[in-house]
Design a protein around this ligand. Structure first.
Ligand SMILES: [Zn+2]
Ligand SMILES: [Zn+2]
Length: 282
């Protein structure tokens, strides 16, 4: 399995010299499976970058959205393959009824928010509703979990046929009661020993308590999740738009020290646009 983040920022795109190294595009992660199937996790502005890399010709993309907030869908109109007839986009179910309405109409394309209506898009959308709690997509098995976020969000665990695995958990607030599901204990089980854990780490303790209930995690709580779930590698993701590259360097160093002090054998990095993570077979 190959995993590439094309957008790593939370809330709103944050271009500029202070964010150029890790990247200013919002959430979008590409997952390439061993049978050649391409999954796209979220359609933030990073999707635009992915689209530029995709050659013309018959293309099939499996789109799994965590939820429908702006920063997770805004790249869709600017995804070049959308404007080609030979592109097929398979869209998977969302976490709530309200969000399902978005999925069926792609409400971005209402000719108010964007000049082109959904019926005039050349690519075809396939709104699937797979049976059961584990979906077979290409060579992978995909399961999902409800996350703790205003309006609802969902996370995914993708296990390829060779055993390599990634868990994508963004727009999730750890360490709070989670009435809608996705308690910390459930998440530990869900992400248990994955090769790559990608988790929302938007905040620092200094941001609290002002941002309690905003639906994002404090880095310290993400490290605690990693200590318990034991992934091979943790990527801190969904960076605050105001967090500079230099501040992210400091978060990386402090986080690595904490894991070392706790004797947690887990690599850690700051999610960075364009970096390829190759997960070996198990
Ligand atoms: Zn977000
Ligand atoms: Zn959100």
């Amino acid at each position: 399995m190959r995993v590439i983040a094309h957008g790593v920022r939370g809330s709103v795109p944050a271009p500029g010299p202070d964010t150029a190294r890790y990247g200013g595009n919002t959430s979008c992660v590409e997952v390439n499976l061993m049978d050649g199937t391409r999954l796209v996790l979220d359609a933030g502005t990073g999707l635009r970058e992915l689209g530029k890399q995709m050659a013309p010709g018959p293309t099939k993309v499996h789109l799994l959205l965590s939820h429908t907030h702006w920063d997770h869908v805004l790249g869709l109109p600017f995804f070049i393959p959308l404007w080609r007839k030979e592109t097929e986009i398979v869209v998977y179910p969302l976490a709530s009824e309200a969000q399902e309405r978005f999925r069926k109409t792609i409400t971005l394309f209402d000719e108010i928010h964007f000049p082109v209506g959904v019926d005039d898009i050349p690519a075809s959308f396939d709104f699937v509703k797979p049976e059961g709690s584990v979906w077979q997509i290409g060579s992978a098995q995909v399961s999902r979990i409800k996350l703790n976020h205003p309006g609802g969000s969902q996370g995914f665990r993708i296990v390829d046929a060779d055993g390599s695995s990634v868990a994508y958990l963004t727009d999730n607030e750890l360490a709070l009661p989670a009435p809608g599901g996705g308690s910390d204990d459930e998440l530990v089980r869900f992400a248990d020993e994955v090769d790559l854990l990608i988790h929302d780490a938007q905040y620092l303790p200094a941001d609290m308590p002002a941002k309690v209930g905003w639906g994002h995690s404090v880095v310290d709580d993400v490290l605690e999740l990693a200590r318990r779930a034991r992934p091979t590698k943790l990527l801190l993701f969904h960076h605050d738009p105001d967090r500079t590259d230099t501040e992210l360097d400091a978060i990386r160093d402090a986080s690595r020290s904490w894991l070392k002090d706790q004797n947690v054998a887990c690599e850690l990095d700051i999610a960075t646009e364009g970096v390829v993570h190759t997960l070996p077979p198990r």
